[in-house]
Design a protein around this ligand. Sequence first.
Ligand code: XMP
Length: 511
Amino acid sequence: MQHEKVLVLDFGGQYNQLIARRVRDLNVYCDLKPCDMTAEEIKRYDPIGIIFTGGPNSVYDPDSPRVPKEIFDLGIPVLGICYGAQLIAYTLGGKVEHAAMSEYGRREVSLVKDAPLFAGVPASSICWMSHTDHVTEVPEGFEVLASTSTCRVTVYGSQERKIYGIQFHPEVVHSEYGNRMLENFLYRVCGAKGDWTMKNFVQEQVAYLKEKIGEKRVLCAMSGGVDSAVAATLVYRAVGSRLTCVFVDHGLLRKYEAEEVMDVFREKLGMNLIKADAGAHFLEKLKGVSDPETKRKIIGAEFIKVFEAEAKKIGAVDFLVQGTIYPDVIESGKGKSAVIKSHHNVGGLPSVVDFQEIVEPLRDLFKDEVRRVGKELGLPDSVVWRQPFPGPGLAIRIMGEVTPEKLETLRDADHIFREEIAKAGLQNQIWQYFAVITNSKTVGVQGDFRTYENVIALRAVTSVDAMTADWARIPYEVLEKVSTRITNEVKHANRIVYDITSKPPATIEWE
Ligand code: XMP
């Protein structure tokens, strides 16, 4: 597929994926690549523009990443951000110095000169800084374009050479006009047309998959998660009934979840979806097991076995669909902008399926793009906005042994929590929210009777990538409603606690 492309060179800063996502949100395709690409490789990649990201280094450290000077002679526009801006100045003969004090947070930036980057940007606005080094002298032929009270060279550039440096972080939301500057770079400096839209993506992918798969047969493991659902739906659009999906119901899903998968994909969309009802089998295997790692291992191994049995019934296929997405594919430049890998729940599947080739229709997409494709394909919000849910399911939210009784209590409690979060309109502000059934029982009093029942914990966190998380400040009124409802409506629960631990030191899940 031929799109105009921007190359984002990754120098290891924490916002690198965010830069790439912003560019794509502006309808321009980009790839995030390690910063050691040669000028020759860049030329072959043929971008309309290059962005150097920030990074943790100082240009004067001997082992800091550098760029070959020839990059600047390719005639391709370049935008450097933070470390990227310092690197351009350093490479082209400007001066970078260590500031006496690091500068973090909000600053007022004032424009000094008119420039294409500043179309629609007011004379002064708020930007967000995070740096210690800064450019003190711009290279010959370059001029200072914007300053703050503490950083004279906040934005600099050469209109003639189409090379710019921005010391602050235009990609973060706190930089009021940062996105506008990125947009200006793409459309006014690089001459982008903006051909990257999810509508185009769907059309092109469907045409591509039709061509590639033709009359052959495809198999997909459907988990109910966003990635596998969108991948399967794209393939289904392309080849219809030549796609068979297998959904292993391990009996550890949330309330109504398995029914919903069947309803959306088999009943509404008409997919050829086979459900393997393995709940009883998994419970049997988990009997008497309370160690978290052992539970995970058993579930992972049994999942593959059940899938294998279904795949055998289907026989040999030509293609196996996987829901791999772009963050799984990116090789980070410095290995520091690590994002959690999606746990490879279906990682063992290729070895048990008789197939020729893997198809990964979402390989180029960020998670938010996958969601937009899902919407474009007409999938309901409950699928498109599904929270991350661990492969081992509720088994790692039940402390100790998994029993049918505990599963029922947890499902009901969790369902109430989710309902109340949705009623309060908080679902898009919280990364994950769920109930946990602890291994403790406590004494309570319900309707004049002494009870001795389970303690249910509520867990809700905010996060951007699940690597770190903070506990969500849910209003007391909502917590109160959840607590009252669970203790009134759910069997075997008489005490509700709220988990107020961030990650680290805790993890998001309890096991
Ligand atoms: P933790 O508990 O490690 O979780 O903070 C980080 C994120 O990963 C999810 N998670 C899993 N996802 N298979 C998955 O697909 C798993 O085995 C698994 N364990 C944890 C968790 O829900 C959170 O989003």
